[in-house]
Design a protein around this ligand. Structure first.
Ligand SMILES: Nc1ncnc2c1ncn2[C@@H]1O[C@H](COP(=O)(O)OP(=O)(O)OP(=O)(O)O)[C@@H](O)[C@H]1O
Length: 284
């Protein structure tokens, strides 16, 4: 047995990355989406929850330098560059919503492209590591990516991101559109990556399942962070329980279902629409 089989997901830098963000604002032209966000992404797995249109993707884009941002973003104490290629060189990788694979290329070719910054010899070594970490992909190495199921493609996208050995891996709704079993598999992969030393920042709408694998979470609504805390406390907090999970909510409850529920609660006077400081999770 090769040595790396016993050491899955050791691709990241041994140092566990820590992102600190203060006063982050970003948007599209004159349309400001994110307002004065303050949060941190500690080593481990941090999830950002929120309904459609809350600004979750915008947040990841702003950190990647794909759109301009204001405010301070420090990765291990050093300011995150503005330009995307410099952010990538600095060890930050984004798996965007929609996966953006090359459908006419094989799984292996897609992985090779993920390691384009890496010298050729090192790239081959990393491919071996990634295939050891994602054994399902080894079986499919020669399959055209475009012929794979949604969940398999998402797996390729995450594996490709790991080819660059990121210090900070950002995942934009990895469970979107997947069958429940694949959702579980993808979220477990995210957890394993975090456990092995790559700091993970994940945006999710699948509230219950995301909090089950995360260490910490934030709730983003209309461009503002409205709650934060350790995942276990956040799950039990009033913000999440009343609005995002609800009594008897199914595993598949999404943040967008929750918005409708919050409106109903607010109209019925059950919930004020703001989050009490008495919540288990702190309002931000
Ligand atoms: N390229 C763009 N130009 C202008 N406005 C945009 C652009 N992309 C997103 N927006 C707007 O920014 C706001 C936040 O969108 P964003 O995609 O960040 O939300 P989200 O929380 O990721 O939602 P979803 O879960 O639907 O992806 C929305 O009002 C959206 O219409």
């Amino acid at each position: 047995m090769m040595w790396w089989r016993d050491t899955p997901f050791v691709l990241g830098d041994a140092k566990r990355a820590h992102l600190q963000v203060q006063g982050l604002s970003a948007g599209y032209g004159a349309f400001l989406v994110l307002r004065d966000l303050r949060f941190e992404v500690k080593p481990g797995l941090t999830v950002i929850l929120g309904p459609n249109g809350a600004g979750k993707t915008t947040l990841l884009k702003a950190l990647m330098g794909l759109i301009p941002r204001q405010g301070l973003a420090l990765l291990d104490g050093e300011e995150l560059p503005d330009k995307t290629h410099e952010v990538v060189r600095g060890g930050v990788t984004l798996v965007a919503e929609g996966r953006q694979l090359f459908p006419q290329m094989t799984v292996l070719e897609n992985l090779e492209l993920g390691g384009w910054l890496v010298p050729k010899a090192e790239r081959a070594h990393r491919i071996e590591q990634v295939l050891a970490d994602f054994p399902k992909l080894r079986e499919r190495a020669q399959q055209l990516a475009g012929t794979m199921s949604g969940g398999e493609q998402q797996m390729v996208a995450v594996a490709r991101a790991m080819m660059s050995a990121p210090r900070l891996l950002m995942l934009d709704e990895p469970s979107l559109g997947l069958a429940p079993r694949m959702v579980d598999e993808l979220l477990t992969i995210a957890r394993r990556i975090a456990d092995a030393g790559t700091t993970v920042l994940m945006v999710e709408q699948n509230v219950k399942k995301a909090l089950a694998v995360a260490d910490r979470g934030y709730v983003l609504e209309r461009g503002v962070l409205v709650a934060s805390g350790p995942a276990r406390l956040l799950e039990r907090s009033n913000v999440i329980r009343e609005a995002y999970l609800g009594a008897g909510a199914a595993d598949q409850t999404t943040a967008s279902d929750a918005v409708q529920r919050r409106k109903t609660l607010a109209n019925s006077g059950t919930h004020s629409g703001t989050h009490s400081a008495a919540d288990a999770a702190a309002p931000v």
